[in-house]
Design a protein around this ligand. Structure first.
Ligand code: F6P
Length: 330
């Protein structure tokens, strides 16, 4: 068989581990793999080259993606889906393996609807691809953010400050929840539940009244904030830090973790997960999967319909939000 492989959307740690697994397993089984550079943009723009076993040496633990990536969806450009079809015919491909978040995979579902077999591998530090439970890159980002929270806690304690940490997570609060709980944050501001800044300030004042002199507040970049009954606009970390400083009178510092959460080497778990997904993707193509997405179930990888990506980002469930309430100021 001939497989096309691409990584699309924001990069994350573990993409190279997935590429390595797909290329090694496919070539071992006699397949050829064509890599498209810069995600779907490279499919449409004819940026293709063969991927060989030798190219996968030494990439298991490296960050980024040797295939490069881009935020580009063919169905949003005139003639984009036709161009994908031409590329698949030109390269004589039997299927595409697409590593992406909900945007890249959603484009994959549209390509599959045109009759091109597509198997998707979920990746994003936001961990919010619908139909899946664990995305490549998330574990690494949680580790980076949790370590940052630990570090903010000791400097905050030393200076009797409020330390506000903004983490990524545009539409969902997975990263804020897992890193915040693992790092022992005192409060979380999430996209899933509006945070009333007056109530948060009062809760912090009460906590400090009980003897504490510092607190760490983790804010997802897509957190929903309200103050005095009105929605609060602007960058979320800044909004929370400014409001808390004003309403509590406590010295406050803001740290925006940004792309540090997405760069660098993948955790051991992300290397394993990416390998598991890569191996399963080749198996799925061989078994005739044509519009499917890989997920992790109780017994390892499983396939779900690719069009589940149309459901939009997967929010943090109520059970986890309840857990957050129990271990933070609420
Ligand atoms: O890939 C997901 C993500 O890291 C989000 O958490 C974040 O909002 C966004 O990408 C940032 O995108 P960019 O790198 O294009 O600024």
């Amino acid at each position: 068989m001939r497989l096309g492989l691409l990584t699309g959307g924001g990069d994350c740690p573990g993409l190279n581990a997935a590429i390595r697994a797909v290329v090694r397993v496919a070539t071992r089984e006699g397949d050829e793999v064509v890599g498209f550079h810069h995600g779907w943009r490279g499919v449409v723009g004819d940026e293709a080259s063969p991927l060989t076993w030798e190219m996968t040496w030494g990439i298991l633990g490296s960050g980024g993606t040797i295939l490069r990536t881009a935020r580009y969806h063919p169905h949003e450009h005139a003639g984009g889906l036709d161009a994908v079809g031409r590329a698949v015919r030109r390269e004589k491909l039997d299927a595409l393996v697409v590593v992406g978040g909900d945007g890249t995979l959603g484009a994959g579902a549209r390509v599959a609807a045109c009759g091109i077999p597509v198997v998707g591998i979920p990746k994003t530090i936001d961990n919010d691809v619908p139909g899946t439970t664990r995305c490549i890159g998330f574990d690494t980002a949680v580790g980076i953010a949790a370590e940052a929270i630990d570090r903010l806690e000791t400097t905050g304690e030393s200076h009797d400050r409020l330390m506000v940490a903004e983490v990524m997570g545009r539409a969902t609060g997975w990263l804020a929840v897992e890193a915040g709980v693992a790092g022992g944050a005192n409060a979380l501001c999430l996209p899933e539940v509006p945070t009333d800044l007056s109530a948060l300030a009062s809760a912090i004042v009460e906590r400090h009244g009980a003897g504490t002199t510092s607190s760490v507040i983790v804010v997802a970049e897509g957190a929903v904030l309200v103050a005095d009954g009105e929605p609060v606009a602007g960058p979320r970390g800044t909004a929370v830090a400014d409001a808390l400083a004003e309403r509590t009178g406590y010295e406050t510092r803001l740290t925006v973790l940004g792309h540090v959460q997405r760069g660098g080497p993948p955790s051991a778990y992300d290397r394993f997960l990416a390998t598991e997904y890569g191996v399963a993707a080749v198996g799925a193509v061989h078994a005739g999967a044509d519009a499917h997405l890989l997920s992790i179930g109780a017994d390892g990888t499983e396939l779900v319909p690719l069009d589940v990506t149309g459901a939009g980002p997967r929010p943090v469930p109520a059970s986890l939000l309840d857990l957050v309430d129990k271990v933070t100021l609420g």
